[in-house]
Structure formats: C-alpha cells, structure tokens
Ligand binder design. Sequence first.
Ligand code: NAI
Length: 442
Amino acid sequence: GGVGELVSTFPLQKERRVVLRNSGFIDPNNIEDYIARDGYQALAKVLSSMKPLDVIEEVKASGLLGRGGAGFPTGLKWEFTYKAPGEEKFVVCNADEGEPGTFKDRLILEGDPHSIIEAMTIAGYAVGASKGYIYVRAEYPQSIAHLEKAINQAREYGLLGKDILGSGFSFDIKIRKGAGAYVCGEETALLNSIEGGRGEPRIKPPYPPQKGLWGKPTVINNVETLANIPPIILNGAKWFKNIGTPTCPGTKVFTLTGNIVNAGLIEVPMGITLRELIFEIGGGIPGGRGLKLVQTGGPSGGTMTPELLDVPMAFDTLPKYNSALGSGALTVIDDSHCIVDVVKSFAEFFLHESCGKCTPCRIGNKRIVEILENIERGKGTRESLVLLKALGENMKATAFCGLGQAAPNPLLRCLQVFEEEFAAHVEGKTCPVGVCKLEKKM
Ligand code: NAI
C-alpha cells in the first residue's frame, strides 16, 4: 500500500469520504480488497440492469460537475459523446494533474486504482466505447505501478477485456505516460500527446465529445470525477444530491498547502468555507501570522482574501467573487509575503510551462515576469502597472488555450486587491513587508 499514512486517520468531523472511500483502508494492489468493499458492484449493476441511456440519466440527475477544475456537467459530456455519430468512440481519463498545489488525483490513483478502472468501464458502456486510455503524468510512478497492477488483475477477473461478466460488452484500458509538460493536462493537448503528436492544444470547438482522440467522439474525465461514478450508480443520484450544495452536489478533495499547520488533503462536502478549511481542519497559520491570501485552484484559479473566508466553496459560488474553485488546491499565503513576489512566482511558472504555440502566452508571460522583476528592483513606474493590466487583459482575451487565458488571473486580481502594495513599490520605492530590496534613486 503505502498510501495509508498520507491520508488522515484521526476523526475529522467535517470529513465526508466519497472519492477517498477506500484510500488507506484497502490494499490498492489487491483486487479482492476492493471487491470486499462493494468494488465492481456498480459495473455489475450497469451491465445487468441498465441501458446506456439509463446510466447517462443517472449521472445527469446526480448533478456531478467535472472535478478537473472547470465544473462542466459530467452527464452532459457523456450524453454528447453517446449521441455523436461514429462507430468507434473512446474514454480518456485525465490523470495529468499539474496545477501547483494539487495532488488529489495522485492519492486516488495510488489508494484506489480499481475505482477508476470501474468508472471508465461504466463510461465506456454508457457512451458506446470499447477502448480507454489513462493519461498519467510520469512524475507519479506509484500511481502508474498501482494502475498497471490493477488493470492486469481486472483482466484476470474478467472485469476488463472481452465479454465483461458475460454481458457481451467489451472494454479495455491502456496507460499513457506524460513527459512533464503542464499543458498536456489541457484535454486537447493531452489527446495530441496520446496520438504521438506534440503536446499542443487544439482549437475548441469542436469539443472532444464530437471530435476527440483520432478525431473520434471521446469522453474525457478527470480522475476525481470518475471516482464519484461507482458510488453514484450504486447509491443513486438522490443520495449524491444530498451531499454538498443543491447546485453543486457531492464532495470535493481539497489540498491544503503553503502557510498552514496541517498540510495535506481532505475530502469534505461542497459548500464548506475557507474558514473551516484553513482554521479548523488546517489548524490555522503557523506562528500566529495573519492571512494575506489563499490561491484557490492553483495559479490558474482564483485569489481569495480574508473577507471571503465565509463564502461557501463551490463551482458556482466563487465566480461571484471573481474567484474560482478549480482543482481544489488551496495555497495559503501569510502576511510575511510580498505581493509582487507572489505574483511573480506564479508568472514564472506559466512562463516555464507555456508551450509556445501562441504569441500572447509565449511573449506575454515573459514580459509580465520582466516587468515584475523591475518593480521588485525599484525600477517600476505607474506605467508598469498600466502595462501589466493591459498585458493580462490581452492574454485573457486572445491566448489560444486555458493555460494562457488563465495565466494572468492572479496578476489581474492582485493588481486590484493589493493596489496599495503595488503603488508603494512603484511610487514610494518601498516594499511594505520588507521582502524586496529596492534600489532607491539618490
Ligand atoms: P473548459 O471550460 O473549456 O472545458 C471544461 C470541460 O467541459 C472540457 O472537458 C470541455 O471539453 C467541456 N466542454 C465545455 N463546453 C462544452 C461543450 N459545449 N460541449 C461539450 N463539452 C464541453 O475548460 P478547460 O480549459 O478544459 O479547463 C479549465 C480548467 O482546468 C480551469 O478551471 C482550471 O482550474 C483547471 N485546471 C486544472 C488543472 C489540474 O491540474 N487539475 C491544471 C490546469 C487547469
């Protein structure tokens, strides 16, 4: 196993495990352990008593929203793929989570690989696909090892391959490893990568349900999304809708990182607040320091400041506050950090990870980092801030894919929220928290 010690075992009142139901409790390398906890029961139910459209209706009725970060309705995606004309269709599991601070899918894959195999097979039955691919980042060797073992075991037990459980339905899964590029988590770049091409994004639409892998209808779901499928099928959509909020049902796995006492991951119902996550579950900020901001969903997500501590966390609530739930990464940043430095470190990440296909992202991130470096050195002016805002807005409007469009999110938000701190750097030539060494003109 190995994963048990990573998942908290002390009772946490607010914890509600759906996707981490087995993690730490079973030996992930033993299919019998999974079966003993209702494993493959949902697949058996689907194959013996449900038509593909029944499965799709159940997933639609559950209100499950995609957990990769965008929150698109999973059932709709399945329906689009089912309805798309074509003899050959595919199921792809996106296990290339690369958002800084995000490591939820890793724990699911390491701790409960069969749940993903079962869910993909159910998806295959629902949309009419007989082949699945799991695209896993190569930085997750343990996830890959557990998946390989699990796939072989499932084949031995007749749960993958030809004529599964004597139903006449056939489905099999292949693993594809990423090679370290963040952009390959973007679904169309991922598809190109599986096909053996460069990991560069495609234009959308057409979306993968219409034209996906090798141009064929493809349903592509995130690991955490898929892990919800077997319990939804077994317990029903109504059960699922009773967890979380009415418009964003279910749980969310949050990863707590940065300046927080209890770093790690926790699965809780949607609708929980940052205050509960950081100060109750997370044990607060070390050294009694103040909270400056929480970056939600990693650098490509949203920026939340202390006055938003009581906002319910869900896909539909955070955009009202110019923020985003994204992958569920929570990077807590205390008041000892300089905002210019924080924003620069995010920009450096995007600069490093830009695939270079489009100019706004390739050049925009480069210029943003340069300007922020100048501000840190005391060489910034009011004009620098105007330029940063214009660059960010242009990238948002014109970058080719989600990477470049999301890259300026923290910059634009922080320019607004921390206006005074930026102004102190460019006008007062001082860093209010004393991090930057500004050269002052004599
Ligand atoms: P998107 O909004 O374009 O699409 C989300 C999903 O819905 C995609 O699968 C897309 O194909 C589908 N979709 C949207 N409209 C559709 C339509 N009309 N018909 C059929 N399917 C449709 O967002 P995108 O660019 O795929 O993802 C952005 C999100 O990814 C952000 O929220 C960000 O937080 C998250 N993200 C997560 C990372 C991670 O490591 N988990 C890394 C980077 C970003």
